[in-house]
Design a protein around this ligand. Sequence first.
Ligand SMILES: *[C@@H]1O[C@H](CO)[C@@H](O)[C@H](O)[C@H]1NC(C)=O
Ligand SMILES: *[C@@H]1O[C@H](CO)[C@@H](O)[C@H](O)[C@H]1NC(C)=O
Length: 250
Amino acid sequence: MASKEYTLIQEEIDVDEICTHHHKDVSFSKRRHFVNGIVSITLAVSLAANALSIILHLLPGPHENCSNRTAFAAGLERNKQIAWTDDSDFASHNRTTWDRAWDTLNPDAGFVAISDDFTLRTGLHESQRWPWDSSKGLYLLQGYHNIHCLKPQSLHFTHMKHCLDALRQEIMCNADDTPRYSGLDQQGGTGNGQYRMCKDWAKLEQWANGHSACYKYKHGAESLERGVPLDRFKHCPDGSEPWKRFRGEG
Ligand SMILES: *[C@@H]1O[C@H](CO)[C@@H](O)[C@H](O)[C@H]1NC(C)=O
Ligand SMILES: *[C@@H]1O[C@H](CO)[C@@H](O)[C@H](O)[C@H]1NC(C)=O
């Protein structure tokens, strides 16, 4: 099903590699000085190359400025101050409040259709095609995969094990070194009310909706042996109907 119409540049983007671009430019410019002295034609070529290099740097890319912005979808930063709390609605003793809070989290919203252009630029692994546009791959944003692991499990025990381990991997990958204060507050546990910088989930959700794969999981007996039923991809948050366009062209 997945076609190999494009090749991957690399499996992973190494931040060091991205951030050393500027060093490469310095050596390039030194070499240019040397060559300039010899032939004027070379100077012209060099200037052209230099101009090209500047233009390339000015082009907006996912790795702009070696900043703290995430490399992928939403370019998020840790710029939202949020305190740890032990009494959010997600931990409410009131079952109605508790249910309502958890119902607001929709893992399906994390299925996005990403253009091959973007995939190539960011070095993402290739992915199966989105049914309604063969130039787009179907991806699940990691944050939403984590959320899905917190939701009621429709599958077997093996899936619960998969989810527990997925969350463990996530925790260890993040290796959060923020010290939580202890002992001063009798009400909460360690760190209660303490602030730290977070990424903005609402912004991620906004991006996900803007690139939605229109996916909605349905409980049912349908077999997945012949692939995911196409009906699951007909739930666009903006009400659009990309499958109609798809049929028109096909
Ligand atoms: C990235 O974040 C760190 C820690 O929050 C901060 O010290 C640093 O200045 C940030 N870098 C940029 C480019 O924003
Ligand atoms: C639980 O919360 C709901 C919704 O806020 C409220 O209507 C209800 O009275 C609460 N139940 C109890 C037992 O406090």
